[in-house]
Design a protein around this ligand. Structure first.
Ligand code: ACO
Length: 448
Protein backbone atom coordinates (compact mmCIF):
# COMPACT_ATOMS: atom_id res chain seq x y z
CA UNK A 1 0.00 0.00 0.00
CA UNK A 2 1.32 3.45 -0.97
CA UNK A 3 0.75 6.86 0.61
CA UNK A 4 -0.97 5.35 3.61
CA UNK A 5 -2.59 7.95 5.82
CA UNK A 6 -5.72 9.91 6.56
CA UNK A 7 -8.36 9.73 3.84
CA UNK A 8 -11.12 11.60 5.63
CA UNK A 9 -11.99 13.30 8.94
CA UNK A 10 -15.05 14.37 10.83
CA UNK A 11 -15.41 16.16 14.15
CA UNK A 12 -18.14 16.46 16.74
CA UNK A 13 -18.18 18.72 19.79
CA UNK A 14 -21.08 19.34 22.18
CA UNK A 15 -23.30 22.32 21.43
CA UNK A 16 -23.09 23.59 25.01
CA UNK A 17 -20.25 25.96 25.76
CA UNK A 18 -19.18 28.59 28.25
CA UNK A 19 -17.30 31.79 27.38
CA UNK A 20 -13.89 32.00 29.06
CA UNK A 21 -14.43 35.71 29.71
CA UNK A 22 -17.59 34.92 31.65
CA UNK A 23 -15.93 32.05 33.53
CA UNK A 24 -13.02 34.30 34.46
CA UNK A 25 -15.38 36.84 36.03
CA UNK A 26 -17.40 34.11 37.72
CA UNK A 27 -14.29 32.48 39.23
CA UNK A 28 -12.95 35.79 40.50
CA UNK A 29 -9.79 35.38 38.38
CA UNK A 30 -8.09 38.56 37.24
CA UNK A 31 -9.47 39.88 33.97
CA UNK A 32 -7.64 38.37 31.01
CA UNK A 33 -6.24 35.35 32.89
CA UNK A 34 -8.16 32.73 30.89
CA UNK A 35 -8.51 34.65 27.62
CA UNK A 36 -5.03 36.16 27.32
CA UNK A 37 -3.12 34.26 30.02
CA UNK A 38 -4.27 30.83 28.84
CA UNK A 39 -5.21 32.08 25.36
CA UNK A 40 -8.64 30.43 25.37
CA UNK A 41 -11.91 31.85 23.98
CA UNK A 42 -14.58 29.33 24.84
CA UNK A 43 -15.00 25.84 26.33
CA UNK A 44 -17.36 23.06 25.26
CA UNK A 45 -18.71 20.54 27.75
CA UNK A 46 -20.96 17.51 27.77
CA UNK A 47 -24.44 18.07 29.15
CA UNK A 48 -25.97 15.25 31.21
CA UNK A 49 -27.19 13.52 28.03
CA UNK A 50 -23.78 13.40 26.34
CA UNK A 51 -20.61 11.42 27.04
CA UNK A 52 -17.59 10.01 25.21
CA UNK A 53 -19.64 7.09 23.91
CA UNK A 54 -22.49 9.17 22.51
CA UNK A 55 -20.03 11.60 20.90
CA UNK A 56 -18.09 8.78 19.25
CA UNK A 57 -21.28 7.08 17.99
CA UNK A 58 -22.31 10.40 16.46
CA UNK A 59 -18.99 11.14 14.77
CA UNK A 60 -18.51 7.62 13.39
CA UNK A 61 -21.95 7.48 11.85
CA UNK A 62 -21.56 10.99 10.48
CA UNK A 63 -18.22 10.16 8.82
CA UNK A 64 -19.53 6.97 7.22
CA UNK A 65 -22.62 8.73 5.90
CA UNK A 66 -21.00 11.91 4.64
CA UNK A 67 -18.20 10.16 2.75
CA UNK A 68 -20.45 7.34 1.53
CA UNK A 69 -18.51 4.55 3.26
CA UNK A 70 -20.24 1.18 3.57
CA UNK A 71 -19.77 0.01 7.20
CA UNK A 72 -18.73 -3.38 5.76
CA UNK A 73 -15.65 -1.63 4.35
CA UNK A 74 -14.17 -1.03 7.81
CA UNK A 75 -11.69 -3.75 8.85
CA UNK A 76 -10.09 -2.14 11.89
CA UNK A 77 -11.50 0.27 14.44
CA UNK A 78 -9.29 1.80 17.13
CA UNK A 79 -10.38 4.21 19.83
CA UNK A 80 -8.15 6.57 21.79
CA UNK A 81 -9.61 7.92 25.02
CA UNK A 82 -8.66 8.68 28.62
CA UNK A 83 -12.23 9.10 29.85
CA UNK A 84 -12.87 5.91 31.81
CA UNK A 85 -16.48 4.75 31.80
CA UNK A 86 -15.75 1.05 32.18
CA UNK A 87 -12.51 -0.58 33.33
CA UNK A 88 -12.99 -3.58 31.03
CA UNK A 89 -15.46 -2.95 28.23
CA UNK A 90 -13.92 -0.82 25.50
CA UNK A 91 -15.61 2.15 23.86
CA UNK A 92 -14.89 0.35 20.60
CA UNK A 93 -17.42 -2.35 21.56
CA UNK A 94 -20.16 0.28 21.93
CA UNK A 95 -19.34 1.49 18.42
CA UNK A 96 -19.80 -2.05 17.11
CA UNK A 97 -23.58 -1.44 17.29
CA UNK A 98 -23.24 0.60 14.09
CA UNK A 99 -21.36 -2.17 12.30
CA UNK A 100 -23.35 -5.15 13.63
CA UNK A 101 -26.48 -3.56 12.16
CA UNK A 102 -24.79 -3.89 8.73
CA UNK A 103 -23.64 -7.46 9.32
CA UNK A 104 -19.99 -6.53 9.89
CA UNK A 105 -18.50 -8.02 13.07
CA UNK A 106 -15.11 -8.76 11.49
CA UNK A 107 -13.32 -5.68 12.82
CA UNK A 108 -10.02 -5.72 14.71
CA UNK A 109 -8.87 -3.20 17.32
CA UNK A 110 -9.74 -2.04 20.84
CA UNK A 111 -9.07 1.10 22.93
CA UNK A 112 -5.71 2.74 23.63
CA UNK A 113 -5.16 4.74 26.79
CA UNK A 114 -2.46 7.05 28.05
CA UNK A 115 -3.78 10.53 28.80
CA UNK A 116 -3.99 12.66 25.64
CA UNK A 117 -1.76 10.26 23.66
CA UNK A 118 -4.24 7.37 23.12
CA UNK A 119 -5.49 8.79 19.81
CA UNK A 120 -1.98 8.87 18.38
CA UNK A 121 -1.36 5.27 19.52
CA UNK A 122 -4.66 4.28 17.83
CA UNK A 123 -3.69 6.14 14.66
CA UNK A 124 -0.27 4.46 14.47
CA UNK A 125 -1.92 1.05 15.00
CA UNK A 126 -4.27 1.62 12.07
CA UNK A 127 -1.58 2.95 9.76
CA UNK A 128 0.71 0.04 10.68
CA UNK A 129 -2.12 -2.40 9.97
CA UNK A 130 -2.72 -0.98 6.48
CA UNK A 131 1.03 -1.20 5.82
CA UNK A 132 1.28 -4.78 7.15
CA UNK A 133 0.87 -8.28 5.73
CA UNK A 134 -2.33 -8.75 7.79
CA UNK A 135 -4.12 -5.91 5.97
CA UNK A 136 -7.21 -7.24 4.16
CA UNK A 137 -7.75 -4.27 1.85
CA UNK A 138 -10.40 -2.55 3.95
CA UNK A 139 -10.27 0.83 5.72
CA UNK A 140 -9.05 1.54 9.23
CA UNK A 141 -11.03 3.90 11.42
CA UNK A 142 -9.59 5.86 14.36
CA UNK A 143 -11.77 7.58 16.93
CA UNK A 144 -10.46 10.05 19.51
CA UNK A 145 -13.08 10.88 22.12
CA UNK A 146 -12.78 12.67 25.45
CA UNK A 147 -14.51 14.86 27.94
CA UNK A 148 -11.94 16.94 29.82
CA UNK A 149 -13.25 18.11 33.17
CA UNK A 150 -11.27 19.31 36.18
CA UNK A 151 -12.08 19.88 39.85
CA UNK A 152 -12.77 23.45 40.92
CA UNK A 153 -9.53 25.44 40.75
CA UNK A 154 -7.00 26.77 38.24
CA UNK A 155 -7.19 23.76 35.89
CA UNK A 156 -10.97 23.97 35.40
CA UNK A 157 -10.82 26.52 32.51
CA UNK A 158 -8.55 24.10 30.60
CA UNK A 159 -11.36 21.57 30.03
CA UNK A 160 -13.22 20.78 26.81
CA UNK A 161 -14.92 17.92 24.96
CA UNK A 162 -15.02 16.44 21.46
CA UNK A 163 -14.80 13.34 19.32
CA UNK A 164 -12.90 13.04 16.04
CA UNK A 165 -12.98 10.21 13.51
CA UNK A 166 -10.18 9.58 10.99
CA UNK A 167 -10.53 7.18 8.08
CA UNK A 168 -7.25 5.41 7.27
CA UNK A 169 -6.16 3.81 4.01
CA UNK A 170 -3.81 3.97 1.01
CA UNK A 171 -3.63 6.78 -1.59
CA UNK A 172 -4.51 9.28 1.10
CA UNK A 173 -4.46 13.07 0.67
CA UNK A 174 -2.68 13.18 4.05
CA UNK A 175 0.09 10.61 4.15
CA UNK A 176 2.66 9.64 6.77
CA UNK A 177 6.34 10.38 6.27
CA UNK A 178 7.02 7.53 8.64
CA UNK A 179 10.79 7.89 8.71
CA UNK A 180 10.54 11.38 10.19
CA UNK A 181 9.28 10.46 13.60
CA UNK A 182 10.64 10.57 17.14
CA UNK A 183 9.27 9.77 20.59
CA UNK A 184 10.04 10.64 24.18
CA UNK A 185 8.56 8.47 26.91
CA UNK A 186 9.23 8.52 30.66
CA UNK A 187 7.75 7.84 34.09
CA UNK A 188 6.35 11.03 35.66
CA UNK A 189 3.39 11.92 37.88
CA UNK A 190 2.36 15.17 36.14
CA UNK A 191 -1.30 14.32 35.47
CA UNK A 192 -2.99 11.01 36.31
CA UNK A 193 -6.31 9.54 37.34
CA UNK A 194 -5.71 7.27 40.35
CA UNK A 195 -9.11 7.93 41.96
CA UNK A 196 -11.47 5.61 40.13
CA UNK A 197 -14.47 7.14 41.90
CA UNK A 198 -13.84 10.50 40.25
CA UNK A 199 -13.70 11.66 36.66
CA UNK A 200 -11.23 14.40 37.65
CA UNK A 201 -7.47 13.95 37.29
CA UNK A 202 -4.84 14.64 39.90
CA UNK A 203 -2.74 17.29 38.22
CA UNK A 204 0.50 19.10 38.97
CA UNK A 205 -0.05 21.94 36.50
CA UNK A 206 3.43 23.46 36.59
CA UNK A 207 5.13 20.07 36.32
CA UNK A 208 2.89 19.10 33.39
CA UNK A 209 3.89 22.28 31.51
CA UNK A 210 7.60 21.57 31.99
CA UNK A 211 7.21 17.89 31.10
CA UNK A 212 5.38 18.87 27.93
CA UNK A 213 8.17 21.27 26.87
CA UNK A 214 10.93 18.81 27.78
CA UNK A 215 9.23 16.08 25.76
CA UNK A 216 8.87 18.52 22.87
CA UNK A 217 12.57 19.40 22.94
CA UNK A 218 13.57 15.76 23.12
CA UNK A 219 11.32 14.72 20.22
CA UNK A 220 12.46 17.65 18.07
CA UNK A 221 16.14 16.92 18.69
CA UNK A 222 15.68 13.24 17.85
CA UNK A 223 13.64 14.02 14.75
CA UNK A 224 16.27 16.50 13.53
CA UNK A 225 18.98 13.91 14.11
CA UNK A 226 17.07 11.21 12.19
CA UNK A 227 16.29 13.59 9.34
CA UNK A 228 19.90 14.70 9.05
CA UNK A 229 21.08 11.11 8.96
CA UNK A 230 18.59 10.20 6.23
CA UNK A 231 18.77 13.36 4.12
CA UNK A 232 22.34 14.49 4.76
CA UNK A 233 21.24 18.03 5.64
CA UNK A 234 20.09 19.94 8.65
CA UNK A 235 16.40 19.99 9.54
CA UNK A 236 14.90 23.25 10.79
CA UNK A 237 11.53 24.96 11.18
CA UNK A 238 11.87 26.03 7.52
CA UNK A 239 11.47 22.40 6.44
CA UNK A 240 7.85 22.18 7.62
CA UNK A 241 5.06 24.47 6.48
CA UNK A 242 2.88 24.01 9.56
CA UNK A 243 3.30 22.86 13.16
CA UNK A 244 0.39 21.26 14.97
CA UNK A 245 0.59 20.79 18.74
CA UNK A 246 -1.45 18.99 21.32
CA UNK A 247 -3.33 22.00 22.72
CA UNK A 248 -4.34 21.93 26.41
CA UNK A 249 -4.64 25.72 26.06
CA UNK A 250 -3.29 28.09 23.45
CA UNK A 251 -0.61 29.76 25.60
CA UNK A 252 1.26 26.46 25.84
CA UNK A 253 1.16 26.16 22.04
CA UNK A 254 2.69 29.64 21.73
CA UNK A 255 5.41 28.65 24.20
CA UNK A 256 6.00 25.35 22.41
CA UNK A 257 6.61 26.91 19.04
CA UNK A 258 8.89 29.51 20.65
CA UNK A 259 10.81 26.60 22.16
CA UNK A 260 11.41 25.17 18.65
CA UNK A 261 12.65 28.58 17.55
CA UNK A 262 15.02 28.61 20.54
CA UNK A 263 16.23 25.12 19.57
CA UNK A 264 16.88 26.24 16.00
CA UNK A 265 18.72 29.31 17.19
CA UNK A 266 21.00 27.25 19.48
CA UNK A 267 21.64 24.88 16.54
CA UNK A 268 22.49 27.90 14.38
CA UNK A 269 19.84 26.83 11.85
CA UNK A 270 19.03 28.95 8.82
CA UNK A 271 15.37 29.30 9.88
CA UNK A 272 16.28 32.07 12.34
CA UNK A 273 17.58 35.35 10.87
CA UNK A 274 20.60 37.17 12.28
CA UNK A 275 18.51 39.61 14.29
CA UNK A 276 16.66 36.71 15.94
CA UNK A 277 19.87 34.85 16.67
CA UNK A 278 21.34 37.97 18.25
CA UNK A 279 18.33 38.34 20.55
CA UNK A 280 18.51 34.70 21.59
CA UNK A 281 22.30 34.49 21.90
CA UNK A 282 22.37 35.45 25.61
CA UNK A 283 20.33 32.30 26.39
CA UNK A 284 22.40 29.83 24.38
CA UNK A 285 24.50 28.80 27.38
CA UNK A 286 21.58 28.06 29.73
CA UNK A 287 21.31 24.50 31.02
CA UNK A 288 18.12 22.62 30.14
CA UNK A 289 16.64 23.25 33.59
CA UNK A 290 17.54 26.93 33.56
CA UNK A 291 16.01 27.35 30.14
CA UNK A 292 12.63 26.00 31.33
CA UNK A 293 12.67 28.42 34.27
CA UNK A 294 13.80 31.55 32.40
CA UNK A 295 10.94 34.03 31.97
CA UNK A 296 13.20 36.24 29.86
CA UNK A 297 13.91 33.44 27.43
CA UNK A 298 10.19 32.72 27.21
CA UNK A 299 9.47 36.34 26.40
CA UNK A 300 12.28 36.87 23.89
CA UNK A 301 11.76 33.57 22.09
CA UNK A 302 8.03 34.25 21.71
CA UNK A 303 8.90 37.65 20.29
CA UNK A 304 11.38 36.22 17.77
CA UNK A 305 8.91 33.44 16.91
CA UNK A 306 5.92 35.73 16.33
CA UNK A 307 5.99 36.10 12.51
CA UNK A 308 6.73 32.38 12.06
CA UNK A 309 4.00 31.51 14.57
CA UNK A 310 1.48 33.60 12.64
CA UNK A 311 2.30 31.77 9.41
CA UNK A 312 2.93 28.20 10.59
CA UNK A 313 0.87 27.75 13.77
CA UNK A 314 -1.93 30.28 13.99
CA UNK A 315 -4.07 28.50 11.29
CA UNK A 316 -4.15 25.41 13.55
CA UNK A 317 -5.51 27.11 16.65
CA UNK A 318 -9.19 27.80 15.91
CA UNK A 319 -10.96 24.73 17.32
CA UNK A 320 -8.71 24.26 20.38
CA UNK A 321 -9.27 27.92 21.34
CA UNK A 322 -13.02 27.64 20.83
CA UNK A 323 -13.64 24.17 22.27
CA UNK A 324 -10.83 23.76 24.83
CA UNK A 325 -8.67 20.78 25.61
CA UNK A 326 -10.23 17.70 24.03
CA UNK A 327 -7.49 15.43 25.38
CA UNK A 328 -6.95 12.69 22.73
CA UNK A 329 -8.89 14.71 20.13
CA UNK A 330 -7.02 17.93 20.83
CA UNK A 331 -4.10 17.45 18.41
CA UNK A 332 -6.44 16.26 15.67
CA UNK A 333 -8.85 19.14 16.25
CA UNK A 334 -5.90 21.49 15.76
CA UNK A 335 -5.11 19.59 12.57
CA UNK A 336 -8.77 19.86 11.50
CA UNK A 337 -8.52 23.64 12.04
CA UNK A 338 -5.63 23.76 9.57
CA UNK A 339 -7.66 21.91 6.91
CA UNK A 340 -10.62 24.17 7.63
CA UNK A 341 -8.52 27.33 7.19
CA UNK A 342 -6.08 26.38 4.44
CA UNK A 343 -7.44 23.41 2.47
CA UNK A 344 -6.91 24.94 -0.98
CA UNK A 345 -3.23 25.76 -0.27
CA UNK A 346 -2.08 22.58 1.42
CA UNK A 347 -1.11 20.32 -1.50
CA UNK A 348 2.62 19.59 -1.45
CA UNK A 349 3.05 20.94 2.06
CA UNK A 350 4.50 19.24 5.11
CA UNK A 351 3.11 19.44 8.63
CA UNK A 352 4.89 18.43 11.82
CA UNK A 353 2.60 17.03 14.52
CA UNK A 354 3.41 16.90 18.25
CA UNK A 355 1.38 14.53 20.40
CA UNK A 356 1.73 14.64 24.20
CA UNK A 357 0.09 12.48 26.85
CA UNK A 358 0.94 13.04 30.50
CA UNK A 359 2.57 10.29 32.45
CA UNK A 360 4.30 10.59 29.93
CA UNK A 361 4.32 9.63 26.27
CA UNK A 362 5.08 11.93 23.34
CA UNK A 363 5.74 11.61 19.62
CA UNK A 364 6.58 14.10 16.90
CA UNK A 365 5.71 12.92 13.40
CA UNK A 366 5.45 14.26 9.88
CA UNK A 367 2.52 14.30 7.45
CA UNK A 368 2.44 15.29 3.79
CA UNK A 369 -0.54 16.76 1.89
CA UNK A 370 -1.82 16.05 -1.62
CA UNK A 371 -5.10 17.32 -3.07
CA UNK A 372 -6.65 13.84 -3.30
CA UNK A 373 -9.68 12.65 -5.22
CA UNK A 374 -13.33 13.08 -4.28
CA UNK A 375 -14.64 12.23 -1.71
CA UNK A 376 -11.17 12.10 -0.17
CA UNK A 377 -10.03 15.56 -1.21
CA UNK A 378 -8.90 18.27 1.20
CA UNK A 379 -11.66 20.56 -0.07
CA UNK A 380 -14.32 17.94 0.60
CA UNK A 381 -12.92 17.17 4.07
CA UNK A 382 -13.24 20.87 4.96
CA UNK A 383 -16.73 20.85 3.53
CA UNK A 384 -17.86 17.77 5.46
CA UNK A 385 -16.41 18.96 8.78
CA UNK A 386 -18.29 22.27 8.50
CA UNK A 387 -16.31 23.73 11.38
CA UNK A 388 -17.72 27.24 10.96
CA UNK A 389 -21.30 25.98 10.91
CA UNK A 390 -20.78 23.82 13.99
CA UNK A 391 -19.14 26.65 15.92
CA UNK A 392 -21.87 29.09 14.94
CA UNK A 393 -24.77 26.88 15.96
CA UNK A 394 -23.50 26.43 19.52
CA UNK A 395 -25.41 27.40 22.60
CA UNK A 396 -23.64 29.59 25.16
CA UNK A 397 -24.51 28.93 28.78
CA UNK A 398 -23.68 30.96 31.85
CA UNK A 399 -20.91 29.70 34.20
CA UNK A 400 -23.48 28.85 36.91
CA UNK A 401 -25.19 26.41 34.54
CA UNK A 402 -21.84 24.86 33.53
CA UNK A 403 -20.92 24.30 37.19
CA UNK A 404 -24.36 22.90 37.97
CA UNK A 405 -23.83 20.34 35.18
CA UNK A 406 -20.40 19.37 36.56
CA UNK A 407 -21.93 18.88 40.04
CA UNK A 408 -24.62 16.62 38.64
CA UNK A 409 -22.01 14.66 36.67
CA UNK A 410 -19.93 14.17 39.84
CA UNK A 411 -22.91 12.23 41.21
CA UNK A 412 -23.61 10.40 37.99
CA UNK A 413 -20.00 9.30 37.40
CA UNK A 414 -19.82 5.57 38.08
CA UNK A 415 -23.47 5.53 39.18
CA UNK A 416 -26.24 3.13 38.16
CA UNK A 417 -29.99 3.13 38.05
CA UNK A 418 -30.81 6.54 36.69
CA UNK A 419 -32.55 8.01 33.68
CA UNK A 420 -31.38 11.25 32.12
CA UNK A 421 -33.65 14.16 31.20
CA UNK A 422 -33.55 12.79 27.62
CA UNK A 423 -33.53 16.45 26.61
CA UNK A 424 -32.11 16.53 23.09
CA UNK A 425 -33.38 20.01 22.20
CA UNK A 426 -29.88 21.47 21.70
CA UNK A 427 -28.63 18.54 19.62
CA UNK A 428 -28.56 18.39 15.83
CA UNK A 429 -30.56 15.61 14.13
CA UNK A 430 -28.46 12.44 13.97
CA UNK A 431 -26.78 13.06 17.34
CA UNK A 432 -26.70 10.21 19.84
CA UNK A 433 -27.54 10.88 23.50
CA UNK A 434 -27.66 8.96 26.77
CA UNK A 435 -31.11 8.03 28.04
CA UNK A 436 -30.53 5.59 30.88
CA UNK A 437 -28.05 3.63 32.97
CA UNK A 438 -29.86 0.61 34.38
CA UNK A 439 -29.44 -1.33 37.65
CA UNK A 440 -26.63 -3.38 36.08
CA UNK A 441 -24.73 -0.25 34.91
CA UNK A 442 -25.72 -0.91 31.30
CA UNK A 443 -25.87 2.26 29.24
CA UNK A 444 -28.58 3.08 26.69
CA UNK A 445 -28.46 5.65 23.95
CA UNK A 446 -31.01 7.11 21.53
CA UNK A 447 -30.46 9.00 18.29
CA UNK A 448 -32.14 12.31 17.58
N1 ACO B 1 -4.07 38.84 32.15
C1 ACO B 1 -3.22 38.20 31.29
N2 ACO B 1 -2.50 37.12 31.64
C2 ACO B 1 -2.62 36.64 32.90
C3 ACO B 1 -3.48 37.25 33.84
C4 ACO B 1 -4.22 38.41 33.42
N3 ACO B 1 -5.05 39.04 34.24
N4 ACO B 1 -3.39 36.56 34.99
C5 ACO B 1 -2.54 35.54 34.78
N5 ACO B 1 -2.07 35.59 33.51
C6 ACO B 1 -1.17 34.66 32.84
C7 ACO B 1 -0.01 34.18 33.67
O1 ACO B 1 1.07 35.08 33.62
C8 ACO B 1 0.30 32.86 32.96
O2 ACO B 1 0.94 33.08 31.74
P1 ACO B 1 2.49 32.72 31.57
O3 ACO B 1 2.61 31.26 31.80
O4 ACO B 1 2.83 33.12 30.18
O5 ACO B 1 3.19 33.51 32.62
C9 ACO B 1 -1.07 32.33 32.56
O6 ACO B 1 -1.93 33.48 32.60
C10 ACO B 1 -1.64 31.30 33.49
O7 ACO B 1 -1.55 31.79 34.81
P2 ACO B 1 -0.94 30.90 35.98
O8 ACO B 1 -0.97 31.67 37.23
O9 ACO B 1 0.34 30.29 35.53
O10 ACO B 1 -2.09 29.79 35.98
P3 ACO B 1 -2.38 28.69 37.01
O11 ACO B 1 -1.13 28.17 37.59
O12 ACO B 1 -3.40 29.20 37.92
O13 ACO B 1 -3.02 27.57 36.05
C11 ACO B 1 -2.41 25.76 34.57
C12 ACO B 1 -2.54 27.27 34.76
C13 ACO B 1 -1.27 25.25 35.43
C14 ACO B 1 -2.14 25.48 33.11
C15 ACO B 1 -3.74 25.09 35.00
O14 ACO B 1 -4.79 25.57 34.23
C16 ACO B 1 -3.69 23.57 34.86
O15 ACO B 1 -3.19 22.88 35.76
N6 ACO B 1 -4.26 22.97 33.75
C17 ACO B 1 -4.28 21.54 33.52
C18 ACO B 1 -2.93 20.95 33.19
C19 ACO B 1 -2.54 21.13 31.73
O16 ACO B 1 -3.34 21.43 30.90
N7 ACO B 1 -1.24 20.90 31.45
C20 ACO B 1 -0.75 20.98 30.09
C21 ACO B 1 -0.03 19.75 29.60
S1 ACO B 1 -0.75 18.25 30.16
C22 ACO B 1 -2.34 18.10 29.48
O17 ACO B 1 -2.52 18.22 28.33
C23 ACO B 1 -3.47 17.84 30.41
Amino acid sequence: AKNVGILALDIYFPPSCVQQEALEAHDGASKGKYTIGLGQDCMAFCSEVEDVISMSLTVVESLLEKYGIDPKQIGRLEVGSETVIDKSKSIKTFLMQIFEAHGNTDIEGVDSTNACYGGTAALFNCVNWVESSSWDGRYGLVVCTDSAVYAEGPARPTGGAAAIALLIGPDAPISFESKYRASHMAHVYDFYKPDLASEYPVVDGKLSQTCYLMALDSCYRQLCKKYEKLEGKQFSISDADYFVFHSPYNKLVQKSFARLVYNDSVRNASSIDDAGKEKLAPFAALSGDESYQSRDLEKVSQQVAKPLYDAKVQPTTLIPKQVGNMYTASLYAAFASLIHNKNSELAGKRVLMFSYGSGLTATMFSLHFRDGNHPFSLANIANVMDVAGKLKSRHEVIPEKFIETLKLMEHRYGAKDFVTSKDSSLLQPGTYYLTEVDSKYRRFYAKK
